[in-house]
Structure formats: C-alpha cells, structure tokens
Design a protein around this ligand. Structure first.
Ligand code: PMP
Length: 422
C-alpha cells in the first residue's frame, strides 16, 4: 500500500464511522457525491452560528463579514483552478447549472442555423440536454465524438468533425460512468485551431488531480462542490473574462444590476452579472473550506493513493468469474464499472445485495444513456473511490461479489434477491 494514510483521512469523516445494515460503511460512491470532512462541516456550521447575513449590500459589520467569507471562497476557487482572477469564477448550484448557464446565455446569443456543437458519446445528460435545448432554439446541430471499446474517445474522428461550422466543443474531463480521463488539453488545442470554443465538464476531475484552466486554455470549466468534499447546492462556472463580459445575463434579479428603470436595465460587472438573487452563501463557504482542506493534503498524494487503489480494485475484480469491466481506458480515474455476465446478475440485484453488507455502490445508467446504448447494456454497477477509501473497502466489495457469484451458481439467478448476506 502507498504511504498516504487513508485511515487518518477517513477518521475525519463522521459519516464513515456509521454503519449500514449493521456493517461498517464501505462507501464506494464518491463519483455520485463525496462525503464531507469535519473541517467543512465545521466551517458551514460556524458560518450559520456566527457569521450569517445577506451579502454585498449590508452596511453593518456582520454583513461585511459574510461578504468577505463568500468572496474569500471565490478566491479559493480561483486558486484551485489557477484562474487569472476570482471574477472569472461564477458560483452556481453545480455543474448542471454551470452548463445550462453557458448553453442558454452564450449559446442563444452566438449559435445560429448551420452551426455545430460537438459533444462526446461519454457525456453525462447534463452536458447533452442543455445543448439540445440550445440547438432547438437556434437551429444549430449536434455532432458526437465516438469512442473505442475501451471507452477512449476517437481523436481522429474528433478532428474530422471539427470544421469552420464548429462553434463549441463540450466534453467531460473525466467520464463519470467509466472513469476515462480524456485528453482535454489536446482536444482544446484542436478546437481552437478550428476557431471553436471549448467547455470542459470537470465534475469528475477536480477532486482527483490538479486543475489549471490557463494551462489547458479552457474557455469554460464547470464543476460541483459536492464531488470535491464540499456541500451540495454549490458549484462553479469558470470562464475567460472576455467571454463573460460579452455574454448576456442568464437570470435577472437582485445583485446582478447596475441601474434599473422600467425603460432599461444595465448590468453589474462579473461575477455579479451571473449571480442573480441571494446565493448559496454557506455552500460557498463550505466549498472554500473543502478546497483549503484538499490543498493541505496535496493532489500528488491524492492521485498516487487513488491510482494505487484503482490498480488493486481492478486486479481483484478481474478475478471474479463472469465479471466484465466496462471501460478499460489507458488513463482512468478511480472508477470501475462492470456487468456480471456469467452467471448473469442484474446490476440492481448486485447493488441491493452489496447494500445489505454495508457496501455502497451505484447501479444504473449513471445519467449516460447514449453511452449505455453504445456499449449495448442498459446499466452497469459502478464503484468509485475517494481519498478516504482503502484496500479494505475494495476487499469488502470483491468478497461480497464472490459471494453473489457462488450463491447464484448454487441456487440459480432467480434466487439472487434472496441471497442472505454472509
Ligand atoms: N457531469 C458529470 C461528468 C457528472 O458526473 C455529474 C454528476 N454525476 C454532473 C455533470 C452533474 O453534476 P451535478 O448533479 O452536481 O450538477
């Protein structure tokens, strides 16, 4: 095992000390949502107990403190992403809202009939549907980058899709369903050569490695706080200043204006222009604390630990009879998807049986139905690991899967839902 102390880190997560069905929790669903360390819980709690007030317009000290905490969180986000300035980091509800913001604001202002939007077959529905809405409203068309059977995007096909008609490319940095790490830097450079902008859905990357939007030269970068050991209901849209300056507001309301009359309204400068209404102040504070916390651990350690764990989990799952791993890309984050073929066991049954032994995984289409169609399955079972996981979690998973296989072999597939946990 690597030098990184997952046990020490795990001890900082109250929920990981709880039990499910009488078993210690083996939490293997961090791609859906990470758990929160005490530091984050404490920061949110302190904010509520001691510092809460509405921000930006208060003349009194408490409001100014709340404003400072909110803006400090934005500065933390800018450091995490290496943005040129905090104003380029807009707080949203999450990745979904960040992408909707770009598709609605930039999309409707810039797309027209005959223009093309390039997505990939690996996308989450939240990086498909907003573009379909924008395409329907403007007459633009969507093109899709295919992948090989390992779950890697076909870069030759991607380059062939790029043309003078391409206005924007929207792809994920890491696939939530398969774990594939996409060569986004190369993809961004190719898109820029073709004169197109690029949005990166970073939901599944930011917790796993260093992010540098300027080195990537990303035009837009989106992520969610709750996949980075922070709270739900808070996320970020990074965009280059000149793009944000030229985009129309996404929503109208308080805090995003300069001057309002019934004849005409002028808008505030960024980031306020894109943050109408009272934002999720405590969520931002929690996200800022999460960024500070993970920074203290360091992404080199995070990545080495997770890659070692991924290697171990892959080895153990490969030894399970009839289990087929979906997504065998050369570069992967700490996600393993699989189906059980022989004996066949429905993924829902797998998830339910694992739950009875305190092992939390996700089953289903993972909001990636086009990807499931491409792979010829309707669902997969998915285990995803965070920095608090250790080999014991992987062993619990693999041992339970072996138990399922032997029970089904003994009693037949119809009996799977009656297998008692050992
Ligand atoms: N994109 C990817 C790749 C994701 O994994 C997710 C969350 N599963 C999302 C977008 C949407 O994130 P959120 O639900 O936090 O808006």
């Amino acid at each position: 095992q690597d030098a990184f102390s997952a046990a020490e880190i795990r001890a900082q997560f109250p929920v990981l000390q709880t039990r499910a069905h009488g078993y210690p929790l083996a939490y293997l669903d961090s791609a859906a949502s990470t758990q929160q360390p005490l530091t984050v819980i404490q920061a949110v709690s302190d904010y509520h107990r001691l510092h809460h007030a509405n921000i930006h317009r208060g003349v009194y000290q408490l409001s100014q403190t709340a404003t400072r905490l909110y803006e400090e969180a934005r500065a933390s986000v800018a450091r995490l992403l290496n943005a040129a300035e905090p104003a380029e980091c807009i707080f949203t509800r999450g990745t979904t809202e960040s992408i909707n913001l770009v598709a609605a604001s930039w999309g409707r202002a810039n797309l027209k009939s005959g223009d093309e939007i390039i997505l990939s077959v690996l996308e989450h529905h939240s990086n498909i549907v907003p573009w379909q809405l924008a395409a329907e409203a403007t007459g633009a068309r969507i093109k899709v980058v295919p992948m090989n059977d390992a779950g890697e995007l076909d870069l030759d096909a991607y380059r062939a899709l790029l043309s003078a008609r391409t206005r924007i490319v929207a792809v994920n940095h890491v696939s939530n369903a398969l774990g594939t790490i996409n060569p986004v830097r190369e993809m961004i450079a190719a898109a820029h050569d073709a004169g197109a902008l690029v949005l990166i859905d970073g939901a599944q990357w930011v917790a796993h490695g260093r992010t540098d939007v300027r080195e990537l030269d990303a035009d837009f970068y989106a992520f969610s706080g709750h996949k980075l050991y922070g709270p739900t209901g808070i996320g970020v849209l990074y965009a280059k200043r000149h793009l944000l300056d030229s985009m129309p507001p996404y929503q109208g309301g308080g805090d995003m204006i300069e001057q309002v009359t019934f004849a005409k309204t002028t808008y505030a400068a960024i980031p306020s222009k894109f943050e109408a209404g009272t934002p999720n102040i405590s969520g931002a504070v929690g996200l800022g604390a999460a960024i500070g916390w993970i920074d203290g651990i360091g992404f080199d350690g995070v990545s080495a630990h997770e890659q070692a764990l991924l290697g171990y989990a892959t080895e153990r799952l490969e030894q399970i009879p009839g289990l087929e791993i979906k997504g065998t890309a050369h570069a992967k984050s700490s996600v393993i998807s699989w189906v059980m073929r022989d004996p066949p066991v429905a993924t829902l049954d797998v998830g339910t049986q694992l739950d009875l032994q305190g092992v939390c995984i996700r089953t289903g289409h993972h909001c990636c139905q086009p990807l499931m169609d491409r792979m010829g399955v309707s669902s997969t079972a998915r285990a995803s690991m965070g920095i608090y996981n250790g080999r014991e979690d992987v062993d619990r998973l693999a041992d339970a899967l072996l138990g399922i296989v032997s029970a089904v072999r003994k009693r037949g597939p119809a009996s799977v839902s009656r297998i008692a946990p050992s």
